[in-house]
Ligand binder design. Sequence first.
Ligand code: PMP
Length: 337
Amino acid sequence: MTVAPSAAATRAAPAARPRDPDILATIGATPLVALDRLFPPERFRVYAKCERFNPGGSIKDRAARSMIEHALSTGELVPGVSTVVESTSGNLGVALAQLCNFHRLRLICVTDPRTAPQNTAIMRAYGAAVEVVDRDPESGEYLPSRIRRVRELLRSVPGAYWPDQYGNEHNARAHHHTMREIHEALPGAPDYLFVAAGTTGTLRGCAEYIAAEGLPTRVVAVDAVGSVIFGPPEPWERGHHRTIPGHGAAVVPPLLRTGLADRVVKMTDLDCVRGCRSLLAEESILAGGSSGAVTAALLDAAPGITQGATCVAILPDGGDRYLDTIYSDSWVESRFG
Ligand code: PMP
């Protein structure tokens, strides 16, 4: 008696299945939404690139993935062996904590008291060690103290690796993709890009894409009052202690190149509050401090923006971690009256 081969036996061997996406595959491809209520479209259009939709909640997921995966590919980082050490005001720490946990790397984050307690708690939940430093007695800033502590750890911890977000080209390179996503989501190139500057990774990556593609996009860099990124502070800025983390820096980032921005604007902490609260009231977007600065910069620039222009604002994170500051009436009142 002959037995017919079963259907399974006659079927061709299945092709190897592509790897299913893991959580890190959800980094990027963030939504670009219209801000038609805050900026009436009859004059010009404004779109917001909402980076809070990254799995770690901020734009820094892109930079963290780019820096860590490059170091893994070169063997500078070895899973189960290496310890990543980084200075971060919060968002990069969360992003690195997620990446390091995923790739079985130890992580020590050096932060300062401006870091939102929720950020610290999230870093610890992912298994990171968190150290908090005080202001540098000379400059009154936190960054010099953070960098000093990172250097000490690099000397004392075996297998320590410093991504160095302020100088790492792979931080900037991650944002070629950010700008590509913006470009591809719109019918044409935007006329203006408003981007917050901290390490200047986002600014440089977006500006490099714009230059490489020959786009006519004008780039407005949004810095913080008191920051030194684009030059020494004016006399009136001295003594302005920034309390809202994210944009602005107390050092000139080695990543910065001349000519990346067509214009630089410096915003105060109160501008951050103004922008955030406008986004919330008009657009129902609960955004972070630097998003408020970017939005306030756009509101201020509105009279000079040409009729029919398309503007894009990058909103680096969400407002959940600013509930005790920007979205707290008592904090705003105690700070600004
Ligand atoms: N906004 C927020 C909330 C951030 O965390 C950062 C990164 N420190 C920035 C803006 C600045 O981005 P970049 O470091 O790419 O200049």
